[in-house]
Design a protein around this ligand. Structure first.
Ligand code: F0G
Length: 435
């Protein structure tokens, strides 16, 4: 399958070989995407093949990414693949969470079931495999936490050196712990995500390090598998809506591309509408989409949210995200700290659980159904991007009434479940449980 890199800018569209180490178009600076020429497939045959592969014990077939390799055909040698059996994440229905969101039904595509606990693994298996193909020895990323956890694991599994840059003091402990345990050289920089990304982009070239942020188009190819697996699990019936949190906007770019390709190749009859939800304190894309104009993107200089995964003010992939929202007739919404925290507690009470950024989905759905944008009868899939255990500090603070926004304002939770301290006294415990 002839794969190439192509500039995303309509006015440019210059092509480059997939083996070139570039992150932006060398001609105009635009974002790059992976494209395929002479790409025709037999959907009905492949749908059967994908199912059969689930029975196999071969590593490539067990991966919920590489099982769908005909839909991400950028490698010419699968000997380069590094897999931790990523993907394979469940679609979980919950009438209880649906009711909270103002819906009859909802299903959560829970990416927190991935090997390092977030959706980043779907993309990282591709990014790391491409790094090996290119003969790179060191890989780096700037991260609000999950990308660094994922990259560290895949790099170490492949024998590459992981170097991670994280904002000092603004990453959840579970994620920092992962980077350290997976052996990354971890630099805690005294700056925010946007500032560090600008810094690292200049450093990558100087130091000959391969950059694995979501600006890397091979990561986006891998994250397409979230949509592909979702469709496989739904017998290729697209839902009405797919809802996801927005930070750097790589994931909406990936899912949008996947749904368009699946439609164009004949796997699904139509596109689902995409809804991107941002945290109020870090919602530059929400504001942009109120009055979109080319080149008129206004970054948020001081992004703030307790959902640290999406604490991003200058999302790199905004032109792609804009395109996908337009193509799918999608929407962008923003939600408050309280709305995120309470929606998260509700996802927990449904026995599912997720990290704060992921819960922006249900909070956004609740707002969009109340406003009549999403119909209560609609068929909705929300993507839960990360595992509950990523940010235990947030959970503990919420349930003990100690959650505070960046400015010190208390974030009051309506569903706090405070632990009870009790004496080592059977009578007292019986009394307590009889109340
Ligand atoms: N949810 C979680 C749990 C995330 O970690 C991220 C991004 C997002 C949502 C937003 O996805 O950036 O594709 O719009 N985390 C990145 C990181 C930035 O460094 O781990 P996006």
């Amino acid at each position: 399958m002839p794969a190439h890199l192509v500039c995303f800018e309509k006015a440019c569209r210059k092509r480059y070989p997939v083996t070139e180490v570039i992150y932006n178009c060398p001609s105009c600076g635009g974002l790059l995407e992976v494209a395929y020429s002479e790409w025709t497939l037999d959907p009905e045959r492949l749908k059967r093949v994908f199912r059969e592969r689930r029975m196999s014990n071969a590593p490539l077939e067990q991966s919920g990414v590489w099982r769908y390799r005909e839909l991400i055909p950028f490698l010419d040698d699968f000997g380069n693949v590094v897999t931790l059996r990523e993907g394979n994440t469940p679609l979980l229905e919950s009438p209880k969470a649906a009711a909270y969101g103002g819906l009859k039904n909802i299903a959560f595509k829970h990416q927190g079931f991935n090997p390092t606990g977030s959706f980043k693994d779907n993309g990282m298996t591709c990014g790391a495999s491409q790094a090996i193909r290119l003969g790179m020895r060191r890989v780096a990323c700037v991260s609000t936490g999950n990308t660094s956890a994922s990259m560290s694991a895949y790099a170490s599994a492949a024998g590459l050196q992981p170097i991670v840059f994280v904002p000092h003091g603004n990453i959840a402990l579970g994620k920092l712990a992962q980077a350290l345990e997976y052996g990354a050289l971890t630099l805690q920089v005294e700056a925010n995500f946007d500032q560090i990304l600008a810094l690292v982009r200049t450093l990558a070239e100087r130091l000959g390090i391969y950059l694995l942020n979501s600006i890397n188009p091979f990561r986006i190819e891998g994250q397409k598998s979230i949509a592909i697996e979702m469709m496989d699990q739904r017998d290729w019936r697209p839902p009405d809506w797919v809802v996801l949190p927005g930070g750097n906007l790589g994931n909406v770019s990936a899912l949008g591309k996947a749904f368009r390709e699946l439609r164009d190749l004949g796997f699904i009859p139509r596109l689902p509408r995409l809804a991107v939800i941002q945290a109020e304190g870090a919602a530059p894309f929400y504001r942009f989409m109120k009055a979109p104009r080319p080149g008129g993107f206004e970054p948020e200089r001081r992004p703030e949210t307790l959902a640290t995964a999406i604490r991003i003010g200058a999302p790199v992939s905004w032109p792609k995200a804009w395109h996908e929202i337009e193509q799918s007739n999608g929407v962008v919404e923003q939600v408050s700290e309280e709305e995120i925290a309470d929606a998260k507690a509700q996802i927990g009470r449904a026995g599912i659980g997720c990290e704060p950024a992921s819960a922006a989905t249900l909070a956004g759905i609740r707002k969009l159904t109340a406003a009549g944008v999403i119909d209560q009868e609609a068929d909705v899939v929300a993507v839960l991007t990360g595992n509950l255990l990523k940010d235990p500090d947030y959970v503990h603070r919420y349930h003990t009434g100690q959650l505070k926004a960046a400015d010190g304002r208390p974030v009051r939770g309506r569903f706090a479940n405070k632990p009870v301290v009790v004496a080592n006294d059977p009578d007292r415990i019986v009394e307590l449980l009889s109340e």
